[in-house]
Design a protein around this ligand. Structure first.
Ligand code: CO
Length: 158
């Protein structure tokens, strides 16, 4: 009787341990999903975003909580290494509205969403392959004149 209950307990312990290891090796999908909101006052609602470094893919959803149209107060979410931000933003602005202010095939762009206007939302899923927990990344909106204010840090947390 005693032996049987000990065995059962051991089995339970082993199962819980296995479950714990499963969570430790791969962050849960929720941890790899981010949401950010932007408004008519040219602001994101956060200056810092991060995900566990164990995320293989990250999904970011951008919501434009304002009411102004895309042509007047458009927002997108662009991710680059911090060092690349200003050049990518300036070249994106030069690429124009047809390109949604992101230069085509810009390899410095790690991820970007489309441009949204008030009341719209959009998301992007990107791979973290090639990204590092020791690198500084920056996200920003590349709509002309926005990136100086609409930017923040992005980290992979080791
Ligand atoms: Co913007």
């Amino acid at each position: 009787m005693k032996t049987a209950s000990t065995a059962k307990r051991n089995l339970l312990t082993t199962s819980l341990l296995g479950l714990g290891l499963m969570f430790a090796s791969q962050a849960s999908a929720n941890d790899c999903e981010l949401a950010i909101s932007a408004n008519d006052a040219m602001q994101f609602d956060t200056k810092e975003l991060s995900v566990p470094a164990s995320c293989k893919e990250v999904t970011l959803t951008l919501t434009h909580a304002g009411a102004l149209p895309k042509a007047a107060m458009g927002h997108n979410w662009v991710l680059t290494k911090a060092a690349d931000m200003s050049a990518v933003a300036n070249e994106g602005m030069a690429a124009g509205a047809e390109a949604a202010y992101v230069k085509a095939d810009d390899t410095r762009v790690i991820a970007h969403t489309g441009l949204v206007g008030g009341g719209e939302s959009t998301s992007v899923t990107f791979s973290t392959a090639g990204m590092s927990a020791t690198e500084a990344y920056q996200f920003f909106c590349s709509f002309p004149g926005h990136w100086a204010i609409m930017q923040g840090s992005f980290k992979l947390k080791a």
